[in-house]
Design a protein around this ligand. Structure first.
Ligand code: GLU
Length: 287
């Protein structure tokens, strides 16, 4: 099996040291395994993505010495694929329309029982289920509305979900990560799989794209570890293979906080302007 991995940035800001680490690590691992390294532009949310950030991504990666083995794929060019998968899920009755705003959800959660903290899942506050019983989930596919996955229904007949977490070195033993359906139900909740303003979501598109690109190893930050259980569940529902995952440590600033896109001081472009070399960047991220 050829090792295939990818780097999947969203063009919503400049690449910073954390992105450089993720991209270099994936690139190094692909080259060490005599495998393939792909680039995917995650621009499904067109309201936040900009062509100039995309151009900067290509430029920064090339400067870092990274080469991708196929032309970069853009999620904005694959919206039909996401729509088709959504339609399939809709017809298996595991989706329901939801009109709650973030504010509605926060309000519903702000009056919990005494001493009980609202649960936080991979996407923030766990959805309290307001629209779950009230909305129809049959008939014509509903447009212009958010669609949530009914987690209880989605997990019918699934005992547990599992994936392999690999170490950095190929000789490292993979660890099997397993969650019971009950744990998934309790820690993820009814997540959004399609948004009102565009068909699809990060979770759905990432799973469809990894499968379409024959990705065997997903190498990404440990901030996405919790989201992986959603991705593995979606792979099960959509009949797609589950790749091996490697969630790497995050690059943090001097105060221990993870870097954000708006942290321009750590942007690769800033280091380039200061005259740093790609080797300097590698050293800074510990590679
Ligand atoms: N597009 C995501 C990000 O920029 C990464 C997705 C992934 O690696 O699965 O954080």
């Amino acid at each position: 099996m050829t090792f295939v991995t990818r780097f999947a940035p969203s063009p919503t800001g400049p690449l910073h040291l954390g992105h450089a680490y993720s991209a270099l690590l994936a690139h190094d691992m692909a080259r060490a395994a005599d495998g393939r390294f792909l680039l995917r532009i995650e621009d499904i949310d067109q309201t936040r993505c900009r062509a100039e950030w995309e151009a900067q991504i290509f430029d920064d990666l090339t400067w870092l010495g990274i080469r991708w083995d196929e032309p970069a794929v853009r999620q904005s060019e694959r919206l039909d694929i996401y729509a088709e998968a959504l339609l399939g899920l809709w017809h298996s009755h595991v989706l329901y329309p939801c009109s709650c705003t973030r504010r509605d959800i926060a309000a519903a959660m702000s009056a919990p029982q005494e001493g009980v903290q609202p649960a936080i899942g991979p996407d923030g506050l766990l959805y309290p289920g307001t629209c779950r019983e009230e909305t129809v989930r049959m008939g014509k596919f509903p447009n212009q509305t958010a669609l949530r996955l009914d987690m209880q229904d989605a997990l019918q007949g699934i005992h547990s979900i599992e994936f392999s977490e690999s170490g950095y070195q190929t000789k490292d033993q993979d660890r099997l990560i397993r969650y019971s359906s009950r744990e998934v139900f309790q820690t993820v909740g009814d997540i959004v799989l399609s948004r009102k303003d565009f068909l699809g979501s990060y979770h759905l598109s990432v799973v469809l794209d990894d499968a379409a690109q024959d990705v065997t190893h997903v190498i990404r930050g440990e901030d996405l570890f919790e989201a992986t259980k959603i991705h593995v569940l979606l792979q099960r529902l959509l009949g797609l293979p589950t790749p091996i995952y490697h969630h790497h440590a995050l690059i943090r600033d001097d105060d221990g906080k993870r870097l954000a896109k708006r942290d321009d001081a750590r942007a690769i472009a800033t280091y380039r302007a200061e005259g740093k070399s790609p080797e300097d960047i590698r050293r800074m991220v510990g590679l």
